[in-house]
Design a protein around this ligand. Structure first.
Ligand code: IDP
Length: 162
């Protein structure tokens, strides 16, 4: 195993995942983290916090004009969220697949939303939807110093050219 290969840009792709207040209330944090660990992604940042309205407004800036925006904002600030940065090959797209579509009504069993939720306004988890979105959201929620670069002993099974 060539350790230098583990630093290829692709293997270092990162995304923002958050367990929303309903997920925390329903004690789903551990099960959601477990899915990302068992898939083979690497946790590089983790914190629990209650988000401010300003932070949420920036996070969901593309939804500000939607009729559900204010209820979304009060839902997301209603209690603590667990915010994480996960790293690995194709993590943005793969985690969207793992989380399932926005509306749990059409989410397949086996996805987080398909297994744990029934309504779009309480869909348990957030996952960035693009590389650009992930970069923006990671910078919004985390300071660079709080993201850890660490060597994972099983990197050889989760990255190409291991
Ligand atoms: P995403 O979370 O799957 O990326 P977005 O369209 O970015 O989906 O919406 C952000 C969040 O806004 C959703 O996860 C959900 O909590 C909420 N949301 C989206 N559409 C609706 C709606 O029609 N009614 C209520 N809440 C909604």
């Amino acid at each position: 195993w060539d350790r230098s290969k583990a630093t290829l840009p692709d293997a270092r792709e990162r995304t923002l995942i958050a367990v929303k207040p309903d997920g925390v209330q329903r004690r789903l944090v551990g099960r959601i983290i477990q899915r990302f660990e068992q898939r083979g992604f690497k946790l590089v940042g983790l914190k629990m916090m209650t988000a401010s309205e300003d932070l949420l407004s920036e996070h969901y800036r593309e939804l500000r004009t939607k009729p559900f925006f204010h209820s979304l904002q009060s839902y997301m600030t209603s209690g603590p969220v667990v915010v994480m940065v996960w790293e690995g090959h194709n993590v943005v797209q793969t985690s969207r697949t793992m989380v399932g579509p926005t509306n749990p009504t059409v989410a397949q069993a086996g996805t987080v939303r398909g297994d744990f939720s029934i309504h779009v306004s309480r869909n348990v988890v957030h996952a960035s939807d693009s590389l650009e979105g992930a970069q923006r959201e990671i910078q919004l929620w985390f300071e660079a110093k709080d993201l850890l670069d660490w060597d994972c002993c099983d990197q050889m099974s989760t990255s190409e050219d291991a």
